[in-house]
Write a protein that binds this ligand. Structure first.
Ligand code: IMP
Length: 194
């Protein structure tokens, strides 16, 4: 069985292949010659994951999955959420995005936030959703050099360091993306070869 990972990132597709049964062959968008930008115009993280997976399923007639992630800050009514990548503008600047959040939370006591990843898997037109969440808080200043996106501002519950102060293997044990991916893999492992 072939399964397309609807991500432009070739490495992500290769990485996941090492984790699932070999009779499921993971392909990237490049492999199926899908080189266009896939629309992401929905108002929720679930909606965007779904939109991407169904776009590829319907246009290329292949089983596939897509993921979408956002940071949800409680005191900002869940923002930036689906807008996470471009919160401070179309240039998708991580530092500008973090500065905007710091400004909006200036003097705000409630710092609760969570990262959420949703994976939409579409097999023969039927959708399965897998969600991964990590709860934490927004720091009052950036801390750490590793990671990407909002990592320097996010401290997961139960830890005394930001995601950007963790090495990748530590972050991968608890991250939203790891949790959603684990659920996807558990599901894929119980599919029987045709
Ligand atoms: P995507 O859906 O994986 O492209 O993520 C959308 C945006 O969410 C990214 O551009 C980042 O700003 C943010 N983001 C996603 N995952 C992480 C993470 O693990 N750490 C920090 N920021 C993240």
């Amino acid at each position: 069985m072939e399964l397309v990972f609807a991500t432009a990132n070739q490495n992500k597709a290769k990485e996941i292949q090492t984790l699932i049964p070999p009779f499921i062959k993971i392909k990237s968008l490049n492999d199926i010659n899908c080189l266009e930008d896939i629309p992401e115009t929905q108002t929720t993280i679930e909606g965007n994951a779904s939109q991407k997976a169904f776009y590829v399923f319907e246009k290329y007639k292949v089983n596939c999955f897509a993921d979408d992630t956002g940071l949800e800050v409680e005191a900002l009514n869940g923002r930036p959420g689906v807008l996470s990548a471009r919160y401070a503008g179309e240039m998708k600047d991580a530092n500008a995005n973090m500065d905007k959040i710091l400004l909006e939370l200036k003097g705000v006591e409630n710092r609760k936030a969570r990262f959420k990843t949703v994976i939409s898997l579409v097999i023969d037109g039927e959708e399965h959703l897998f969600e991964g969440i990590v709860d934490g808080e927004i720091l009052t200043e950036k801390r750490g050099k590793d990671g990407f996106g909002y990592d320097p501002l996010f401290m997961p519950n139960g830890y005394n360091k930001s995601f950007a102060e963790m090495d990748l293997s530590e972050k991968n044990k608890i991250s939203h993306r790891a949790r959603a991916t684990y659920k996807l893999l558990e599901y894929l492992k119980q599919i029987k070869p045709a």
